[in-house]
Design a protein. Structure first.
Length: 293
């Protein structure tokens, strides 16, 4: 009969999330030998290794990837059992790991998390901001509980819920020739200098789709942050697709100009995503109920 302990499961999950036994031990307030012993005992009880070892480093193997969401669920259910048995059953506690793509994390984090954070003060929210590919990877590897990204995710392991509509706008410096021209046409974009997001971002995919409808231009810069692209456009280094939410004040202050391009489709969706195997406990259900459209 398997008789693993909650502490052993905590060590397994912490090593996965923290990346090493040393880091996991620090988070759990254990000595490194104690954490290593807990993992070894858990693997012995399960009759299978959970990590591949290579020169002292641990890499989650296929068995570990399969068991990780179950271990996380067991720990979360135990916390819920404890809370329901106590006088604080109506108070949510714990850590909630949220991922956000660049646009959401930098410009819509208040809309995404504000109500949840204000209502559940005993919950610690950990926010990771990265491009969409990295955020999706975090969901698939169970290092993130839930995330918000732009665009669609084509993966049968991921559940997606529509959150809100969003839009890109092509922007230039106010003195740029295209900004001074009325009634722009596709042909006006021939040989233009473009500043784009990096590969792996959902914004980049949309940009490439729309650029295929325009005459050949030149990609002069690829940047990983919306703010960096905005500043490059303001400096006159080129034109760019920028999220509407990111350029409102720059447009109003006259630092940027929006190019009217009715011949392009710059609308997109923002979606809440999570792994289908992720246990939808009280934390998850409360969060999803607050952001659901």
């Amino acid at each position: 009969m398997i008789s693993f302990s909650p502490k052993q499961l905590e060590v397994f999950v912490a090593i996965t999330l923290q990346g090493s036994v040393k880091a996991a031990a620090k988070v759990l307030h254990l000595t490194q030998p104690a954490a290593s012993m807990a993992l070894a005992e858990l693997e012995k009880q399960l009759g299978s290794s959970l990590f591949d070892r290579d020169k002292g480093r641990l890499f989650l193997n296929e068995k570990g990837k399969d068991l990780l969401p179950l271990a996380q669920e067991i720990l979360e259910r135990m916390r819920e059992l404890e809370q329901r048995a106590s006088d604080a059953q109506d108070t949510l506690r714990g850590n909630f790991r949220v991922g956000a793509s660049n646009t959401v994390g930098n410009y819509l984090v208040g809309d995404l998390l504000g109500h949840f954070v204000n209502r559940h003060e005993a919950v610690t929210v950990h926010l990771q901001v990265a491009n969409s590919d990295e955020i999706v990877k975090g969901i698939l590897e169970h290092s993130l509980d839930v995330a918000c990204i732009e665009g669609e995710v084509v993966n049968t392991d991921i559940e997606a819920i529509a959150w809100r509509d969003d839009q890109l706008q092509i922007c230039a410096r106010p003195d740029h020739p295209l900004a001074l021209k009325k009634h722009l046409q596709e042909s006006d974009f021939e040989n233009q200098r473009w500043i784009l997001r990096e590969q792996g971002s959902a914004t980049r995919l949309l940009c490439e789709r729309e650029l295929s409808r325009l005459p050949q231009g030149h990609v002069v810069m690829e940047l990983g942050q919306v703010e960096a692209i905005k500043q490059a456009v303001i400096a006159g280094l080129g034109i760019a697709f920028l999220p509407k939410v990111a350029v409102t004040y720059a447009l109003e202050s006259g630092r940027l100009a929006r190019l009217d391009t009715p011949f392009l489709n710059l609308d997109r969706k923002l979606s809440i995503i999570y792994h289908k195997q992720r246990y939808r406990g009280r934390l998850m259900d409360n969060f999803l109920s607050m952001v659901a459209v």
